[in-house]
Design a protein around this ligand. Structure first.
Ligand code: NDP
Ligand code: X2W
Length: 313
């Protein structure tokens, strides 16, 4: 059986990566609009004529696209931030807990997680759930992304002739659009303090949560934090927890290590005295942070194996 898929935003950074992942598949037929991709009538027809649509648009355009869908059978995956904490939408992070994969598979409205939130929620949710980090603990998140995270406009800025920016901290007003979903889906009650940065490289990200262990109940050991993550992701195909020996031997970690894949790797770094930890997630902002995740969710919503067409090495 062939499923018809429409990518609204097919020529954008995320849309192109999804297209690349889907184009070779014999089980899917892609509806492509080419030069008519901004034509509202053509989009309306495609949005209602496909079995599944993937929205790779700015937030307002994504809301407008959803409003154009009248056919009740159309399944929707929204890659934007518009519906990540909206009622009636399922959060598209299948590994988030035991029930989420089935929730995605049974939903017709799935919101793809943000790239930074994917790393953060993966690190934090199991620790909150296990009671190792209290829900009202003040949590900070430091992160760096490649410039493709800012879409076509930021790519053009960083790749312009003579562009000199090496690294830029941003989100300085502390109101980044990812804070609500990070807080909600990690199970926290206090808004996280999010400190993102963008570097002069195209793709890949690190998301880090520093923790003072003595400020947590029972001062958990590195082994306990690590154990909670290992338990949470046992059997997950795309999420792995690096073993503590490997992590201890590392003197650095680079953001491009999983580029081109749908994988997410978690590390627990700690000092020898057991007083402090640095939890670090590594992922491709355009892979598990966007396009890979969209394809994984699409597979689940179509009743297929979640890894179809995805690199799980
Ligand atoms: N880049 C990333 O790492 C990630 C991005 N996302 C999310 O995915 C979405 C897309 O981001 P990204 O691919 O980076 O952005 P880009 O700017 O690279 O692409 C945006 C696309 O949307 C299209 N578009 C813009 N406005 C409209 C409109 N009013 N009607 C129809 N089409 C429109 C553009 O069309 P045209 O080609 O004609 O310009 C373009 O194809 C965003 O919501 C972003 O938050 C999610 C996770 C990670
Ligand atoms: C480097 C950079 O600018 N990154 C974007 C985040 C990526 C994005 O817009 O997409 P999602 O919200 O869907 O993850 C930002 O901070 O706004």
């Amino acid at each position: 059986m062939t499923h018809t898929i429409f990518i609204d935003g097919e020529a954008g950074t995320t849309g192109l990566e999804i297209r690349e992942r889907l184009e070779a598949r014999a089980d899917l037929e892609l509806l492509l609009l080419g030069d008519r991709r901004r034509d509202v009538a053509a989009r309306r027809e495609a949005l209602n004529g496909a079995d599944a649509v993937i929205l790779c648009l700015p937030d307002d355009a994504a809301r407008e696209a959803v409003a154009m869908i009248e056919h009740p059978g159309v399944k929707v995956i929204d890659a934007s931030t518009a519906h990540r904490v909206a009622p009636g939408w399922t959060y598209g992070f299948p590994e988030m807990d035991a029930a989420q994969r089935a929730a995605v598979a049974g939903s017709t409205r799935v919101s793809n997680p943000g790239c930074y939130p994917t790393g953060f929620i993966a690190l934090m949710r199991p620790l909150v759930k296990a009671g190792l980090v209290p829900a009202d603990h003040p949590v900070s998140v430091n992160a760096v992304s490649g410039y493709s995270g800012g879409g076509k406009a930021m790519i053009a800025e960083f790749e312009a002739e003579g562009a000199a920016t090496a690294h830029r901290a941003y989100g300085l007003s502390l109101t980044h659009k990812h804070v609500p979903e990070m807080t909600r889906h990690a199970g926290l009650s206090r808004p996280v303090l999010f400190a993102p940065a963008v570097g002069a490289y195209r793709q890949g990200m690190l998301v880090e949560v520093p923790l003072h262990l003595s400020a947590l109940p029972e001062t958990p050991s590195i082994e306990r934090l690590h154990g909670a993550l290992v338990e949470a992701y046992a059997g997950a195909r795309f999420v792995e927890v690096a073993d503590l020996e490997t992590t201890e031997a590392m003197t650095g970690i680079e953001p491009e290590g999983l580029n081109g894949t749908n994988r997410l790797r978690l590390h627990v770094f700690g000092d020898r005295g057991g007083a402090q930890a640095r939890l670090v997630a590594l992922l491709d902002n355009l892979g598990k942070g966007a396009s890979g995740a969209a394809v994984q969710n699409l597979n689940l919503m179509l009743g297929l194996d979640e890894g179809t067409g995805l690199d799980s090495r």
